[in-house]
Write a protein that binds this ligand. Structure first.
Ligand code: PBG
Length: 362
């Protein structure tokens, strides 16, 4: 039964004393008088105002959650757009530093670097990947000098350097595992030497985390961390990234090393192996079609969990927004929140800068 005071409150609002009854009328439903149900629990009570919603919010995004992936290329004063990734660019070194400073100023804690390598420097063994004077080592050194507080994550994989567009050495159409791991170790050591804070093996060869950890420790790089792409699926969502780096496989696909999209339990096996081998942070990739995997892994482990909101996920939102079909800013924040809510402590996202700006304005 509605109480007496409810109707008196709506009466006083009607009579014009809005100010004196503001609190009471806020707490009393205008239609309570007509309510015939007696509910003990009214979940909507905590959703009535922005202040209440904020107080009980379970997931709060911050710029510190993001790692901002950036594409780097040779040259000076160059910033090339990537048609399938509107708002993302390949930067020459000098402009990369500017973008890194912007990220730092927005409170983003880390960037992840990916190189565009000219065809002439590509070969089957990805030799350029461990050239100490190569694009990535030069970029890392310049970044650590110009923006030392920004963490730098470098990708360990052969695909940007491979004439075949694969993450490993190819022989008779097959991707060799152990021979590839030997090259990945050299690549990781070169990146550590240049000053990378984290090396991030994204290749999915077996045993590479252990091999890299051992080599780093032997060389004295005990504080260089490993962010392992542990549960990385063979996904069609990587298309725009491969456009950006001109790194698409020249034959076949990556299904003999990246995981089958249908498998969930196998992701637990992969993260257990990587943690045993010394991974500091483990990653699920892609994020959106794999929120269940992020959730499972989070419940299974105590190491920080990262998720990669990949290029195709970014492109879908950008494309729909360009058509005027969705509200880009709202969908962006809702998407990133869903990834964090699923269990990601860290999100690699091309939206990092835009999202950080929006969060600042909030
Ligand atoms: C390659 C690598 C890929 C991505 C990150 N590292 C592509 C691939 O595996 O083919 C994809 C990232 C994205 O799509 O945003 N080692």
């Amino acid at each position: 039964m509605p109480t007496q005071s409810v109707s008196s409150s709506s009466e006083s609002v009607q009579s014009g004393s809005v100010v004196t009854t503001a609190l009471a009328s806020d707490a009393k439903s205008p239609d309570a008088a007509s309510s015939s149900v007696n509910l003990l629990h009214r979940p909507r009570r905590l959703r009535r105002t922005a202040g209440l919603r904020r107080m009980v919010r379970e997931t709060v995004l911050t710029a510190a959650d993001f790692i901002y992936p950036l594409f780097v290329m040779e040259g000076e004063g160059r910033k090339e757009s990537i048609p399938s990734m509107p708002g993302c660019y390949r930067y020459s070194l000098d402009l990369l530093l500017e973008e890194a400073k912007v990220a730092r100023d927005l409170g983003i804690g880390a960037i992840a670097l990916f190189p565009l390598i000219p065809d002439a420097q590509k070969d089957n063994a990805g030799t350029e990947s461990y050239n100490p004077e190569g694009l990535i080592p030069r970029a890392v050194r310049a970044l650590k000098e110009a923006v030392p507080e920004l963490l730098v994550v470098t990708d360990v994989a052969l695909d940007p350097y491979s004439s075949k567009g694969h993450d490993g050495i190819v022989e008779n159409g097959k991707i060799l595992n152990d021979e590839t791991v030997a090259v990945l170790v050299k690549q990781a050591l070169t990146q550590a030497e240049a000053g990378a804070n984290f090396v991030a093996p994204s290749d999915m060869m077996d045993g590479r985390v252990g091999a890299i950890r051992e080599a780093l420790d032997l060389a004295g790089w005990i504080n260089v961390g490993i962010l392992a792409y542990s549960a990385k699926y063979a996904s069609a969502y990587y298309g725009p990234f491969r456009d950006a780096l001109e790194s698409a496989p020249k034959f076949g696909d990556k299904k003999t090393y990246q995981m089958d999209a249908a498998n969930a339990r196998e992701s637990i096996k992969e993260i257990e192996l990587d943690i045993e081998e010394g991974a500091d942070i483990i990653m699920v990739k892609p994020a959106l079609a794999y929120l269940d995997i992020i959730c499972r892994i989070k419940q299974h482990t105590n190491v920080p969990v990262a998720a990669y909101n990949v290029s195709g996920e970014y492109a879908m939102i950008k494309a729909a927004a360009q058509q005027g079909w969705i509200d880009e800013k709202a969908v962006m924040l809702e998407t990133l929140t869903s990834i964090k809510r699923a269990g990601a402590d860290i999100i690699l996202t091309y939206f990092a800068k835009e999202a950080a700006l929006l969060l600042q304005a909030k």
